[in-house]
Structures are given as structure tokens and as C-alpha cells.
Design a protein around this ligand. Structure first.
Ligand code: UDP
Length: 373
């Protein structure tokens, strides 16, 4: 690879993986971010009042299948022993999420055995007579029936995406398993974990190279003329913004994080509880001290931090999730084609590719772009 200068717009996971790879190969890298910190939405920090490390933009947990990706991440961090289990609540009772045998038995007041679940759910599913699911709602009903769908998915999804589930693609729930057993992991992938010290220290380790210069509080479009015009740009912001919305605006979902203190040692007994019912504006409550239980003795006593996640429409300042329905995907494809024609600029990450990536996909996509460059 010929050595040159790269300007990476966005110091999130995608940008940092590229910065790490490009700088190691001897290239000069400038990485800029409009926020005052690196790490993008994985950024974490210590809460001063409680000494609890928390993920500022919502919980991030690695779940990885590909061994190459896992080995890559392990070069920069060890992992603690956190096991990601999610609970959900319906009519003031707690259930396990993803739906497993415990959820089904508690919800219906039954004591089914694993080998009886399929026949039981089949009866529930058949009531709705869905042959080929055409949207998210039909997909979930075709897997678990209407009652479980309405309790745990319908309103959660409407809140999360701001759309009726019949207007959403079925693949937004494809990452959530349905289980006939009591296995409680939120993920099906072979590895999951969170960095032993912090995401921030992992990122510091990744960009610890003298070829990298970082500029924070730096908005690309306001400052683009101040950078070398012959640098190769790697842009990880919203792709429609880059092209001045010429094919129309893409929709993104944003999140508001409401932090609260509670004067108890343990508020909810676990890191994440989902609130699928429409009476709550939030979709989940996170209690971050449970991510690092090994630090329990270092936390301030009789106090805990909780964070409520409230989804909202993006006003253009803080896009989190691309909304990958047909309409948006068609527009995004036009931008991606335009991007492929643009000299000296590459697009990547959730916003740059307009894809609902998790962290494993993001790293994979960044490593692929590196090898193409
Ligand atoms: N979902 C739901 N109820 C839940 C959890 C998830 O309906 O209790 C649906 C919802 O549409 C969500 C999707 O499944 O957007 C994927 O959930 P996941 O937890 O993977 O989303 P994340 O917020 O981590 O991106």
C-alpha cells in the first residue's frame, strides 16, 4: 500500500479500527470528531457521584462469532466475566428476554418441557394463519403467536422505531433468538463480553500510534477546507448529509438518556430491564453497576445510577439507528452508488453505510475497507 494521508471523519468504532490499521501500516492519519471525546456511541466514563463506570450512549456489549474479529479485539483489551442477560416486564411481572421456556411457562402459567414447546406454539401461531410473513409484526407472530408478540414486541417496537411494526422489515428482530430451553444469554453468538477496564481505555490503546493525530470538537463540514485536499477521506457520518440530501433525507432514530440516582445499593438487581408496554415512554432501564460487578466494593454505598432510554425522532443532530425500511433503503442505495463513484472518499459505519450494524459487523466492515484501501 502506498503511504499517504487519511482524514477519518468520526472517532467511533469504525473510524478507530481504520485509524489503528492505517497508522500501523505507516500512513499518517488525522481523525476528527464533533464530540469532545473519542469512542463514538461506545464511549464510557466514571460517574463522579457513585464511582460507577457507565456507557454514556447506552449499553454496548461485544457479541462475536468470527474468530478473526475476536482475536483482533483481544489485542487491545481483556474482558471481564459479565454475562449479558436481559429481563423484561409485563403487567408488573418480570420475564426473561429473549423469549425462552421460562418466559413461555410463566406467561401462560404452564410447565412445558422443551420437547413440548414447538407443538404448543404451533397452535398459537396457526390461529393467525400467516403463510409468508411480510413485515416485522407478521414475522414475530409466525414465530411465537399473537399473545407473546403483543406483550413483549408490539409496543416496544413502536416506541423504539416510531413506526407501526407492520411498516417495518422483518429483519429488525432477526438478531433476537426464540428458545425452547432455559438458556438466558441475550445473544446466540459464541463469545460475548465487555472490556475489562473500559471501552475508553481500549480505544486509547488502539490509537496509541504517533502517526495518528486527533482533533475533537471538530465538525467536518465547517472545517473541511482546513485539511489537505489530497487526503483520502473516510467519512463515517450520515451519508445523506455528505451529499447535501440530494436524493432526499434518510430517517434515523435517536435516543435520549435520562439518568437518575436512587438511594439504594441495588435498584433492579440486573443490568438491563426492558419496558415493552406503551404506558412507559422509555424502552429500557439500565443499571450500569451490574456490568462491572467485580468493582462493587468501590462503588459509593447506598446509591446507584440508573439510565432510562427514551427513543425519539432524530432532529439531525444525534442519529443513532438507521431505519432500514424499503423507502429508506432505496434512497440509501442511491447514496451508496454515488459514494462508490466519489474519488478519494470512502464511507463506512452505521451512518456512513446506513446499515443496522452491531459491533462485530462494524469491525468486519472496517477491516474489509482497510484491505481494499
Ligand atoms: N425488541 C422488542 N422487545 C424487546 C427487545 C427487542 O420488540 O424486549 C425488538 C425491537 O424491535 C428492537 C429489535 O427487537 O429494535 C432488536 O433488539 P435489540 O435489543 O437487538 O436492539 P438494540 O437496541 O440492541 O439495537
Amino acid at each position: 500500500m502506498k503511504k499517504k494521508e487519511y482524514l477519518i471523519v468520526g472517532a467511533g468504532l469504525f473510524g478507530i479500527v481504520l485509524a489503528e490499521q492505517l497508522s500501523k501500516a505507516g500512513n499518517k492519519v488525522i481523525i476528527i470528531d464533533k464530540r469532545p471525546h473519542i469512542g463514538g456511541n461506545c464511549f464510557d466514563k466514571y460517574d463522579k457521584e457513585t464511582n460507577i463506570l457507565y456507557h454514556v450512549y447506552g449499553p454496548h456489549i461485544f457479541h462475536i462469532e468470527d474468530e478473526n474479529i475476536l482475536n483482533y479485539v483481544k489485542k487491545f483489551t481483556n474482558f471481564n466475566h459479565y454475562f449479558h442477560q436481559v429481563l423484561t416486564t409485563y403487567k408488573d411481572r418480570i420475564y426473561q428476554m429473549p423469549i425462552n421456556l421460562e418466559t413461555i411457562n410463566s406467561f401462560y402459567g404452564l410447565n412445558l418441557k422443551p420437547f413440548e414447546v414447538e407443538a404448543f406454539l404451533k397452535k398459537e401461531i396457526e390461529k393467525e394463519q400467516i403463510t409468508t410473513p411480510k413485515n416485522m409484526e407478521e414475522k414475530v407472530i409466525s414465530l411465537i403467536g399473537k399473545q407473546l408478540y403483543e406483550a413483549f414486541f408490539k409496543d416496544y417496537t413502536s416506541k423504539q422505531w416510531g413506526k407501526n411494526p407492520i411498516d417495518l422489515p422483518e429483519n429488525i428482530v432477526s438478531r433476537i433468538p426464540i428458545r425452547n430451553n432455559y438458556y438466558e444469554s441475550y445473544y446466540n453468538k459464541s463469545f460475548h463480553g465487555i472490556p475489562q477496564i473500559s471501552f475508553s481505555s481500549m480505544f486509547e490503546e488502539m490509537i496509541n500510534n504517533e502517526n495518528i493525530e486527533i482533533k475533537l470538537n471538530c465538525e467536518y463540514f465547517e472545517n473541511r477546507k482546513s485539511f489537505h485536499q489530497d487526503s483520502h477521506v473516510i467519512y463515517t457520518g450520515p451519508i445523506d448529509r455528505y451529499f447535501n440530501y440530494k436524493f432526499g433525507k434518510l430517517e434515523y432514530r435517536a435516543l435520549e438518556f435520562k439518568t437518575e440516582y436512587k438511594n439504594v445499593d441495588d435498584f433492579q438487581g440486573t443490568s438491563v430491564i426492558n419496558y415493552p408496554e406503551s404506558q412507559y415512554k422509555y424502552t429500557r432501564i439500565c443499571e450500569p453497576k451490574h456490568f462491572y460487578r467485580e468493582n462493587w466494593n468501590e462503588y459509593v454505598k447506598n446509591k446507584t445510577l440508573i439510565i432510562k432510554e427514551i427513543p425519539l425522532e432524530d432532529d439531525g443532530t444525534n442519529p443513532f439507528y438507521p431505519i432500514n425500511n424499503d423507502k429508506n433503503n432505496k434512497i440509501a442505495e442511491k447514496y451508496r452508488k454515488e459514494g462508490a463513484k466519489t474519488n478519494n472518499v470512502s464511507f463506512g459505519g452505521r451512518l456512513g453505510e446506513y446499515k443496522y450494524f452491531d459491533m462485530e459487523d462494524t469491525i468486519k466492515s472496517a477491516l474489509t475497507l482497510f484491505s481494499e484501501l
